[in-house]
Design a protein around this ligand. Structure first.
Ligand SMILES: [Zn+2]
Ligand SMILES: [Zn+2]
Length: 134
């Protein structure tokens, strides 16, 4: 994947990519934890730099729901959306309803050429809604 994106293959990049694949929507701290299980001596900065390079190359997608820290996932480029739990912050994927961006037609585009609608669904995850009702 790295070579396909014309990125130099380094051990931190490979480890970060593996961690993002294994833990969709993980935040930076969890990714550092996962990478250190593979490369115990990797620095925070190396992980940040790798995340930045992978995101810029389009191999990793960075999302940041309101009130949340940045999270990363390997499912990039398919315009899927997210549903976020208001109670515990759990994030799950929701396939794009239309299949391509922008999946939501603006009622007035103000003359812009619109290429994306950022859709975030908010609610309660099954575990939190069950806990509230008991
Ligand atoms: Zn929840
Ligand atoms: Zn996702």
């Amino acid at each position: 994947m790295l070579r396909g994106a014309a990125l130099r293959v380094t051990r931190p990049r490979v480890a970060v990519l593996n961690a993002v694949h294994a833990h969709p929507h993980a935040d930076t701290d969890s990714i550092i934890g996962a990478v250190r299980r593979e490369l115990p001596k990797v620095s925070h900065q190396a992980v940040y730099n790798s995340l930045h390079a992978l995101t810029a190359a389009g191999l990793v997608r960075r999302i940041q729901p309101a009130g949340s820290v940045a999270r990363y996932e390997s499912r990039a480029g398919d315009n899927h959306h997210h549903v976020v739990c208001r109670s515990c912050g759990l994030v799950a994927d929701v396939d794009c309803a239309v299949g391509e961006a922008p999946c939501l037609t603006a009622s007035d585009d103000n003359g812009f050429s619109i290429d994306e609608a950022e859709v975030v669904y908010w609610g309660q995850c099954p575990a939190c809604s069950t806990a509230d009702n008991s």
